[in-house]
Design a protein around this ligand. Structure first.
Ligand code: ARG
Length: 389
């Protein structure tokens, strides 16, 4: 019997996909990636087995996700279209990597996923699988099956006793992991409506949070966050803590009218408190320790890096080369930035580093001034020379 490894979430689509694949002659092995989405994994496993899966793999990939995907993106300051910290996009190549790995282990000839034909996630998963093992067949049931509506799909689930939760009608499509939450569909599709408060899961309404600011000093070593207010944290706990505190102060919401890879414009909202806080601190520290040209060039790299992640090109030569560049810039990104969290905003209030390039004796307007202002005259003449008529 042909074997397929299905990326399983426990939701309606992938639960129906188990049965649907079986009907097409496949033995279905489910793979659930734990990227910190905080689901009830034993319950998901049970559901997969009842729906007809032969076997279920549940893998806690949180540390790998943080170390090999999130941290490189943070070092690069990669953010898509200025507002999206790529939580969903960063997770997909990792999920694909394990689909392939499990396929090899199980001697499966195919992998499958529950993405629709309209989104980016199908591209990310399939491009990655194609790079890692082009011989694997890729099946995307949601793109091809016959259901014309959610109701039809639910009916199919009921008919075949696939355990699904139809009691609560979900108003949004949500993808969640430890780096952030992506929320789309439902009323969010109406561009003339502000996102309702109930769309947000982990951030408080900035208008309703404490009137007292919260100060956090984030300490970095070679571009990696290590301490908060002097206390060491393993990365997973550090991110968890910042999501919690940031969420309480209304930090990390964004509302983006974005350009999908497949050409569609869509309105999505995001919550990423920890990412917002860490990016802010990391960029501030870079401003202190990197020279001007490097900071400016790195901004261009950040833009490209974000595109590559968004476009599913994590395992591409260019992304690899950019990683090498970014890594080489992080040598001196050591120091601390104190941030003020206040009613949804997060700004730096102090910065320090043993590698600081800031020279107060040059920037000062006070009496300790060591800057030779006379030199400026000649500099300006020569700098402006090419432009004189
Ligand atoms: N638009 C975002 C992205 O392409 C989020 C996608 C959310 N995915 C989902 N299955 N709900 O990365």
């Amino acid at each position: 019997m042909k074997k397929v490894i299905l990326a399983y979430s426990g939701g309606l689509d992938t639960s129906c996909a188990i049965r649907w694949l079986k009907e097409r002659g496949y033995e279905v092995i489910c793979f659930v990636a734990d990227l910190g989405q905080g689901e009830n994994f034993p319950a998901i496993k049970k559901r997969a087995l009842i729906a007809g899966a032969k076997k279920v793999y549940i893998k806690d990939l949180q540390d790998e996700f943080i170390n090999d995907f999130i941290m490189p993106a943070l070092k690069a300051n990669a953010v898509y279209e200025g507002k999206y910290f790529l939580a969903t996009a960063l997770g997909r190549p990792l999920i694909a990597k394990y689909l392939v790995e499990i396929a090899h282990k199980e001697k499966a000839t195919a992998v499958a996923h529950g993405c629709t034909g309209k989104g980016n996630d199908q591209v990310r998963l399939e491009v990655t699988v194609g790079i890692l093992d082009p011989k694997l067949e890729i099946i995307a049931p949601v793109r091809i099956w016959e259901f014309k509506s959610r109701e039809e799909e639910i009916e199919y689930a009921l008919r075949f006793k696939i355990p699904i939760d139809v009691t609560k009608k979900k108003p949004y499509s949500i993808d969640r992991n430890l780096w952030g939450i992506s929320i789309e569909a439902g009323i969010l599709e109406d561009l003339e409506q502000a996102p309702p408060q109930d769309a947000y899961l982990i951030t408080q309404d900035p208008q309703r949070v404490s009137n007292t600011p919260k100060y956090l000093e984030i300490h970095f070593e070679k571009g990696l966050p290590k301490k908060i207010n002097g206390k060491n944290y393993p990365l997973k706990n550090l991110i968890g803590y910042l999501n919690k505190v940031g969420g309480q102060y209304g930090i990390g919401r964004s509302d983006l009218l974005e350009n999908r890879l497949v050409g569609i414009k869509s309105r999505e909202i995001y919550e990423a408190p920890a990412a917002t806080i860490l990016y802010t601190a990391h960029k501030e520290l870079e401003s202190l320790v990197l020279d001007r040209e490097l900071v400016h060039f790195k901004e261009m790299v950040a833009l490209k890096y974000a595109e590559l992640v968004y476009y599913g090109l994590w395992y591409s030569k260019l992304k690899e080369a950019l990683d090498a560049f970014v890594e080489s810039t992080q040598e001196k990104v050591t120091g601390a930035v104190k941030l003020k969290l206040f009613k949804g905003s997060c700004v730096a209030v102090t910065r320090k580093s043993p590698y600081s390039l800031y020279k107060r004796e040059l920037s000062t307007y006070g009496s300790e001034d060591k800057f030779n202002q006379k030199l400026a005259e000649g500099f300006i003449k020569i700098w402006g020379l090419p432009y004189q008529k």
